[in-house]
Design a protein around this ligand. Structure first.
Ligand code: NAD
Length: 392
């Protein structure tokens, strides 16, 4: 009888693990079940565009049932509550208990609030299609309310965190505002778009020239940057900063960082700061029959520093895990994970972008960066499409 492979998470890491494994493994060798909390595979790298109404939901929420039909991968929609790796069991919130011979954990990451009081209760986040839809509806209702009340907190949008998530989002908001304001008869000059960043500059780690470019490009479209100033507290409609400034706002979007998934942190498999430790084959260091894909794991580079939790890494981990499931089941040789970094590209709204590509980190800005970013999205979609047609 074949092995029972259970894959938790239908994001980049989980979906690619499932498709790659099925590409190599016949149905007599293994059954594959994919569990996801949503019925869709979500292209979360594009959520900032959905949040600004610059993309339709169907472009970022791909129905898994349709994608997996006829591919010999079973789909179960449900949220994972607990993993019991010593008993080879997974508990879902609806009471279902799933068992496995081989497990892939690809549950992604969670928003890190760093214990900042009030933030989790009162801020918006951007981790799913639902979050993006909620944010888009909320921003529109704020502008509508502002058109009637002229209460400043409705016309103030704060993004906490100036990493790539925060910058891509505020760029979209900057481009959305003129049109949204026109629709409600509001002067767009009256809208405040603020990005608050704890580090001395936005986009920490990016080359200084690109940081400068991002700042200039966004400031020209009305974004105000408050750098070197952490958010320290939030109440219902008030954001407090370390320098004593308070901002009245109905819209605080928190993009201040991510952390490991708490289900993984509490599962009993070996973790480092909540993210699973893995071998060079992406196998859990504590449980041989558990593989990890995406942000749920931490992978260290040759200099001993963890790789950033990005979509391109999750995607590549998924391919390695998929192959290694096949090797494990058939007694073959597993492959070592060796990621290829093609670069980092960040949009600055609809018409501008920055990024670095290639090993020598060639800098791109403007149209070439926008085009490269678009082509990397297309590459991803064609990659999963290709795997669909290859799967057994
Ligand atoms: P991040 O951790 O990269 O950025 C969070 C930012 O919030 C940091 O700059 C940090 O200094 C700041 N911050 C933390 N605490 C704060 C506080 N109290 N007040 C104000 N600012 C605070 O998180 P992210 O932007 O969500 O990105 C997560 C990962 O995903 C990263 O590895 C990133 O590179 C990747 N990502 C990539 C893309 C892309 O390639 N286009 C887009 C989005 C995210």
């Amino acid at each position: 009888m074949g092995k029972n492979i259970l894959i938790l998470g239908g994001g980049y890491g989980g979906l690619l693990s499932a498709l790659t494994a099925r590409q190599h493994l016949g149905t007599d060798e293994a059954s594959i079940t994919l569990v996801n909390r949503f019925p869709t595979h979500q292209i979360i790298t594009e959520l900032h565009r959905l949040a600004a109404g610059n993309l339709s939901e169907k472009a970022v929420a791909l129905p898994l049932e349709k994608m997996l039909r006829g591919k010999n991968i079973d789909l179960k929609i449900g949220s994972v509550q607990e993993i019991s790796p010593d008993d080879h069991q997974v508990f879902l919130t609806d009471g279902t208990i799933l068992t496995y011979d081989l497990l892939v954990i690809a549950l992604g990451s969670e928003t890190a609030y760093f214990g900042i009081p009030g933030l989790q209760e009162h801020s918006f986040i951007l981790k799913s299609v639902e979050d993006a839809n909620r944010l888009r509806d909320h921003v529109e209702s704020c502008i509508r309310t502002y058109s009637k009340t002229h209460s400043k907190e409705y016309a103030t949008i704060v993004v906490g965190g100036g990493g790539l998530t925060g910058i891509e989002l505020i760029g979209e908001f900057a481009d959305l505002m003129p049109q949204l304001c026109r629709q409600y008869g509001v002067n767009s000059q009256e809208i405040s778009l603020l990005c608050v960043e704890a580090a001395p500059t936005i986009l920490p780690g990016f080359p200084a020239e690109l940081v400068e470019r991002a700042q200039t490009s966004l400031a020209a479209r009305g974004v105000e940057f408050v750098t070197g100033t952490p958010v320290t507290k939030m109440e219902q409609s008030t954001v407090e900063l370390k320098n004593g400034r308070t901002i009245e706002t109905k819209t605080m979007v928190w993009t201040g960082g991510v952390q490991g998934n708490s289900v993984v942190a509490n599962s009993g498999i070996e973790v480092n700061r909540g993210r699973a430790l893995v071998s060079e084959y992406l196998q859990s260091t504590s449980h041989q029959n558990v593989f990890l894909s995406g942000d749920s794991a931490v992978v260290f580079g040759p200099e001993g520093r963890p790789y950033p939790p990005t979509a391109q890494l999750a995607w590549q981990m998924g391919e390695t895990v998929g192959y290694n499931l096949f090797a494990y089941v058939t007694g073959g040789v597993m492959e070592e994970f060796s990621p290829v970094f093609s670069g980092t590209l960040g949009s600055l709204g609809r018409k501008d972008a920055i990024g670095t590509i290639g090993e020598n980190k060639t800098q791109l800005r403007g149209l070439p960066a926008s085009l490269m970013k678009e082509s990397s999205n297309i590459r991803y979609l064609s990659q999963i499409n290709g795997l669909f047609s290859l799967a057994y």
